[in-house]
Design a protein around this ligand. Sequence first.
Ligand code: ASP
Length: 440
Amino acid sequence: MNSSTVKTVKFGGSSLASGEQFRKVHSIITADPARRYVVPSAPGKRFPEDDKVTDLFYACYEKAMRGESIREVFSRIIDRYDGIIRDLGLSMSLKKEYEEIESALIHRTGRDYAASRGEYLNGKILSKYLGYDFIDASDVIFFREDGVFDSERTNEVLSAVLRRHECAVIPGFYGSMPNDTVKTFSRGGSDITGSIVARASASSIYENWTDVSGFLMADPRIVKEPKSIETITYRELRELSYMGATVLHEESIFPVRVAGIPINIRNTNHPDDKGTMIVSHCAPDGRGVITGIAGKRGFSVITVEKDMMNQETGFGRRVLQVIENSGLRFEHLPSGIDTMSVIISTADLAPYRNMVINNICTAVDPDTISIEDKLALIAVVGRNMVKAKGTAARVLSAVARAGVNLRMIDQGSCEINIILGVAEEDFEKAVEAIYREFEN
Ligand code: ASP
């Protein structure tokens, strides 16, 4: 079988939350023989008030650490898995695994170990249900001593192991440390495992099955029925997800990006929807100037003013040095001839506010310095903006027509984004106005 016939498919927690969801997953996988490597999450919520199994495992860990009994919570976990096994009519028992895990939890085996068991047990059930081999992620996904994911070692070992398995289930979210203890990625990290497996198996595509039909052009809580995005580049996605559009774990882009493998976000509940295709490059298709709009509240602007600032060598560096020395990151740096503004997350800045102001005063002796809070940032992102003339003018006039005062504008030098700063109270109005300007 050549690599064009290999697809890696990852299913999120809501896609594997119940027997009914497992059946949908089964028919998706069996509909295409190329779907040979499957990465499951732990069972997610079946209804809004339900628990995610991963959260129950974290709760067990906390209880064990406090010396409390884990019995009640652990039996809820067992019920979730046994319910799925029963519903699917599988002849299997996880009794041995439950005993082993319960004992490890009671003996306070690490927090990551506890969390990882959600994927581990779900992987056991899914491999049995599909008749696929089970590969424990601890044996093929590695972290370095410093806790950073070891991509090259993993890729080498995992590729070799996958070559020996025609079809396999590899649980998401975790791997192992050099001392063999379990380590997880950050929350939502099964997306990363899917990407790693896609790379190691030289898959033609990484299908990420979830409960939405891909990315929408804007947040549906702000814009009514926004259009979905058919194709987006990795770079555009980075811009949008950094600014708050979340469907996929941010770090899951890197392994497939290195290998030039596209990601297709698909909906387990609507498998016929095409979803969103995430690709490395995409020729401008003239299909719309804007790919998407995203934004975040909660920023502060520190504005430093000083006459003849532009003549002072090293002014900017000294201001930024203060920011860096406080361990802060800045988002944007809009500047005039005699003013310089630094935009920083308000929450991050909070513990250092006074110190930062005092240190900037010492470092550059400004005429005035001020902090303003309650700024929202909006990113308007689109690869077609490079070619389209007048995009910034359209963005600005849409915002002006909506009666919103623009506090800042910044166009990235790559010309795939325009960042706007508006007062938090104008955030939604501005997003809506920009969306309407570009929706067709
Ligand atoms: N189960 C883990 C979590 O809830 C990882 C994942 O679902 O991707 O974060």
